[in-house]
Design a protein around this ligand. Structure first.
Ligand SMILES: CC(C)(COP(=O)(O)OP(=O)(O)OC[C@H]1O[C@@H](n2cnc3c(N)ncnc32)[C@H](O)[C@@H]1OP(=O)(O)O)[C@@H](O)C(=O)NCCC(=O)NCCS
Length: 122
């Protein structure tokens, strides 16, 4: 059963500017080690970083917690399977609040924009 829905749209330039301004500090605060490694292997890392930023926002909307109660950006992790399909790993701070839940995710990006949509399954 569907239990939540979230969407987010991010300008790739916004992520590029944050990266240029804050460097590694920004990356470490928002993205997990695996996410950073995945994006940095890409020809256009900022597009995949922006897509993951959108994905985190979309997931936080779908689960309805936002960043309240100490939840951090890294508590929503985007993991790609062998085919490249993105999935979501929820951190402990989230599962303690809402239980262990499955979230479906789809993302897309261009040079300028990244979009993500998330569905929470009951
Ligand atoms: C994989 C594919 C769908 C990506 O689409 P695209 O237009 O090149 O790129 P988009 O910006 O829209 O999407 C990129 C994102 O798609 C996601 N993606 C990659 N492979 C995927 C797959 N097999 N299933 C679902 N999502 C996938 C990834 O999250 C990727 O972003 P990331 O590399 O930052 O993680 C495309 O390259 C492709 O193979 N198209 C052929 C048609 C097809 O097979 N469509 C059905 C896919 S199941």
């Amino acid at each position: 059963m569907l239990d939540g829905l979230g969407v987010d749209l991010v300008e790739v330039g916004r992520i590029r500017r944050a990266h240029n301004r804050w460097g590694e500090r920004f990356l470490r605060r928002v993205f997990t080690v695996e996410e950073r490694a995945y994006c940095m292997r890409k020809a256009h890392p900022e597009q995949s970083l922006a897509a993951r930023f959108a994905a985190k926002e979309a997931v936080l909307k779908a689960i309805g917690t936002g960043l309240s109660g100490g939840i951090r950006w890294t508590d929503v992790e985007v993991v790609n399977d062998e085919s490249g399909r993105p999935g979501v790993r929820l951190g402990e701070r989230i599962t303690r609040r809402i239980g262990v839940k499955r979230v479906l995710l789809t993302i897309s990006h261009t040079r300028e924009l990244a979009i993500a949509q998330a569905v929470l399954l009951a």
